[in-house]
Design a protein around this ligand. Structure first.
Ligand SMILES: [Mn+2]
Length: 416
């Protein structure tokens, strides 16, 4: 026997011995017990992966079929050499992912903003960086998130849901912000959010720096008499009164929690910490008794427990909860395209788990802020922000909470 043959024979023997050991779990009670803590490796149908695959067949294709029919009508039948007769000449709808006009997730663009009430949720951009105190560039955030959203399908494998089939979504374009004027921009933003929320559709805001966190909530709070809780995920406290003499992106929660129906005791701040929290913010957190969870709290309690405590505090005495997601809450390595990156934050999987749990009980609106594409690499920060939005929507669809907030809209839109 050559040495190679000996080695092959040994490998073959070891392989047979391993298989035999798996098939005969009689070597001892303790080993058997340990082995059965895991799914049976010879029954691949017990995994979540398999169950998710089976669930796909339960989803309708009604709207996808309509989209194809519409694409052929609007975009003309494809050339005769193309075998797939669902392909039009001009790209209309989802495919191909690299083509088309870049709305969020290829959702229909609603040019007349009076029509947004026909949809369950409305995405719109707030391209603004007048509140940035370090790196700017968040005025390009909405464009960055929309651009990379072309990558996604509306279907999520693990959840077994299809946003195109199970909810309606539109893109209302961007708010006309005033680059050199915070307060005029705030009024424009509150106008936009109040109008959109007043129709009953769920506002989904693509920022923009975090200074917009005050006017977004002010707009929403203006069309309801009910109390609104806020779940604020961030490395920064964002609750000082002024910064550099203005209401910059370090200040939204001081002003938001001054609104009569937004109480500081319902403000939950998750991920706060590191070397970038300005000391003037801290006394306000203590005085107003906001609910603060640091990364150490998250380490100690785990994401599920943090989400449970956050929901309990945010919903206490409230009829709806708004989520403000600052992308810099995530470990800096994953989100280079942001204004104040800070190492030591949430890992992407933790962030997505948190968002899924928070959104499960329903949101009256949400925003994702501080995406700065000029500092981004390969769109990874924009992609993360996109994922936060679609995971929130996916969770709401899975749990049947999309539209649950509509009853709180009980005041007419009055322009700011
Ligand atoms: Mn921040």
């Amino acid at each position: 026997m050559s040495s190679a043959t000996v080695a092959n024979a040994r490998l073959a023997f070891q392989s047979v011995a391993r298989k035999a050991a798996r098939f005969t779990p009689t070597v001892g009670a303790s080993q058997t017990q340990i082995r059965f803590h895991h799914p049976d490796p010879f029954n691949p149908k017990v995994t979540k992966g398999w169950k998710a695959a089976v669930k796909e067949a339960e989803l309708p294709t009604t709207r996808a079929d309509q989209e194809i029919a519409n694409a052929l009508h609007l975009g003309l039948q494809g050339a005769s050499s193309i075998e797939d007769k669902s392909i039009p000449t001009f790209s209309r709808g989802e495919l191909p992912h690299f083509a088309g006009i870049n709305t969020f997730l290829k959702a229909p663009y609603v040019e007349d903003v009076r029509d947004v009430g026909k949809y369950d949720a409305t995405v719109f951009g707030v391209p603004f960086d007048g509140g940035c105190t370090y790196r700017s560039g968040t005025r390009f955030g909405p464009q960055g998130i929309r651009r990379i959203s072309a990558l996604y399908t509306p279907y999520n494998y693990e959840r077994g849901i299809d946003l195109r089939e199970q909810m309606t979504l539109c893109d209302a374009g961007d708010v006309f912000t005033i680059p050199a004027n915070l307060e005029k921009s705030f009024d424009q933003i509150s106008n936009a959010v109040a109008h959109i929320a007043s129709t009953g559709t769920m506002p989904i805001i693509l920022g923009g720096d975090h200074s917009i966190g005050f006017p977004t909530v002010r707009g929403l709070a203006s069309v309801t008499t009910k109390n609104i809780g806020i779940i604020h995920v961030d490395r920064h406290a964002d609750i000082q009164e002024k910064d550099l003499d203005e209401r910059m992106h370090t200040t939204p929660y001081f002003h938001a929690t001054n609104l009569p129906n937004v109480n500081a005791k319902n403000l939950v701040q998750i991920g706060i910490g590191g070397w970038q929290v300005p000391r003037p913010a801290v006394a306000n957190m203590v005085e107003r008794e906001t609910n603060i969870f640091t990364m150490d709290d998250i380490e100690e309690y785990g994401i599920e427990k943090i989400a449970e405590m956050a929901l309990e505090r945010a919903w206490d005495g409230c009829d709806a909860v708004y989520m403000s997601y600052d992308i810099d809450s995530i470990e800096a390595a994953f989100v280079p395209g942001t204004g104040w990156p800070e190492p030591g934050g949430l890992l992407p999987r933790e962030a997505l788990k948190l968002v899924g749990l928070v959104a499960a009980e329903g949101l009256c609106g949400m925003e994702v802020v501080e995406v700065s594409p000029p500092y981004d690499h390969a769109d990874i920060t924009s992609l993360m922000a996109l994922r936060i939005v679609v995971d929130a929507l996916g969770s709401m669809v899975s749990h049947g909470t999309m539209g649950k907030h509509k009853h709180i809209i009980d005041k007419e839109f009055v322009p700011f």
